[in-house]
Design a protein around this ligand. Structure first.
Ligand code: LLP
Length: 430
């Protein structure tokens, strides 16, 4: 979907230099075709091959009304982790029964919204949460289907901030027998709760399927224990998300690389037990929207520190993409209006926030940049807009959806007035 025509960068049929002119910069641009292609792959290689399976798009990667619609239109479910994401999905018209509510330390008011609107699943993250759900269901006269999130005790290889499957984790139930099984027993006995099975999510941006296989084996062990101890066959397993994408090259592992060995093991074990195969759910976020998004910036000041480095400053930075500063994430970018230029120099692209750490790409080879050029940073679709802030009171950029040469606004650019909308001058300071 990324092409060059007459020296200019095109994304899903749109000249991005034109988009920058039309909507201003910084600008997030999402390709509908790329998102759809990922959903198509999941339909073909997972949903159509495993009866009863579901894909719950992890909204946290990019949560907006338009994105909820895209997921819904593709026949996906959605995974939300907060009242705010739940509200966004509901406001977009997402059918509540196709919403799955994840996250640790869910607040009473968040659970109340979820239960009263009838969400499809609540992934219970701790023992007290079950009590809160049972009480709410009693008060509201509702039933709810739940899974328990377990921490399978595997160590996945990614940035330390985004690995979640090891035992020392704030997420889920540890596999300790005296903790997990009494909690399962309580769920099985809870009158308003249908206990369906287990969930894990071992981390994000993972390239090795080894830890997934270990996690599914730990999960199947638990399923076997539940069968032995309580005579109950679980009917649903949720394998989370975390499938990695490449930020600096084109190749990427297909979903089947991760899913097939897990599905084989699940099939094998349930067949051996003589039990119907369970529904299997996954929650991909980054792998759906990561490479479907790019950010456009205008080049401003160019600063050469002789004998040290050349800084190319752009009009956004860590306020619209915190990932380089937070996780030392490495991105690739180009000058969208100078794609046919062969001459190159090594520069560091930095933002305009008041921090030395506000660097988007270090040591990038670009044609000589000039004020007014359009710098396109690739693969910013996941956890870019989602983690944007108003640091330095920079407005959050607009989001545009492109598709086969058409462009539509999906999120308006914040104004300065938006930034101070909720602020008050305390009367004592008037
Ligand atoms: N399911 C659960 C329960 C999760 O916690 C997450 C991500 C996902 C699914 C989706 O994972 P994905 O497929 O997107 O890897 N801000 C970080 C990533 C944090 C991921 C948190 N949980 C980053 O920018 O790298």
């Amino acid at each position: 979907m990324v092409e060059t025509k007459q020296g200019k960068l095109f994304f899903d049929g749109c000249d991005v230099t034109e988009l920058a002119r039309k909507y201003g910069t910084p600008l997030y641009v999402y390709s509908e075709s790329v998102i759809q292609a990922h959903f198509d792959e999941l339909r073909r290689d997972f949903l159509d091959r495993w009866p009863g399976s579901r894909v719950a798009y992890a909204a946290k990667a990019f949560c907006s009304l338009g994105m909820c619609r895209l997921a819904q239109r593709a026949g996906m479910c959605i995974d939300v982790v907060s009242g705010g994401e739940l509200y966004t999905a509901l406001t977009a018209g997402f059918p509540p029964e196709r919403i799955e509510f994840n996250g640790n330390n869910k607040l009473l008011q968040e659970l109340e919204l979820a239960v009263s609107r009838g969400v499809g699943r609540i992934i219970v993250d701790g023992a007290e949460e079950l009590d809160m759900i049972e009480k709410l269901c009693t008060a509201l006269d509702k039933r709810v289907s739940v899974l328990y999130r377990i921490t399978p005790g595997v160590r996945a290889d990614s940035h330390d901030y985004i690995v979640t499957g090891k035992k020392d984790s704030k997420f889920g139930f540890p596999l300790d027998e005296d903790v997990l099984y009494p909690a399962v027993e309580r769920a099985l006995a809870a009158p308003h709760v249908d206990f369906l099975g287990f969930h894990f999510h071992i981390g994000s941006q993972l390239f090795d399927r080894g830890p997934y296989i270990q996690a599914v084996e730990a999960m199947l062990e638990v399923v076997g224990q539940v069968r032995e101890r309580f005579g109950v066959a679980v009917t649903e397993l949720n394998l989370g998300g975390g499938f990695g994408i490449t930020y600096t090259s084109e190749e990427r592992k297909p979903f089947r690389y991760y899913l097939d060995p897990m599905l084989e093991r699940i099939a094998d074990r349930f067949d051996r037990w003589g039990l119907p195969r369970p529904a299997v759910v996954i929650e991909p976020g980054r792998s759906i929207v990561g490479d479907a998004g790019m950010t456009l910036y205008s080049v401003g000041e160019i600063k050469e520190i002789r004998g040290v480095r050349k800084y190319v400053c752009v009009d956004g930075g860590m306020s619209d993409n915190i990932r380089p500063a937070l996780y030392q994430a490495v991105y690739r970018g180009v000058l969208a209006n100078k794609m046919d230029r062969a001459d190159r120099e090594t520069v560091t692209v930095c933002g305009k926030c008041c921090e030395a750490g506000d660097v988007l790409v270090r040591d990038l080879s670009l044609p000589p940049a000039e004020r007014g050029d359009i710098f396109a940073l690739f693969c910013t679709g996941a956890y870019g807009y989602a983690m944007a802030s108003n640091y330095n009171n920079n407005p959050v950029p607009a989001v545009v959806l492109v598709h086969g040469g058409t462009d539509e606004l999906m999120v308006r650019r914040q104004s300065y007035a938006d930034i101070i909308r909720n602020q008050l001058i305390p009367p004592s300071l008037e």
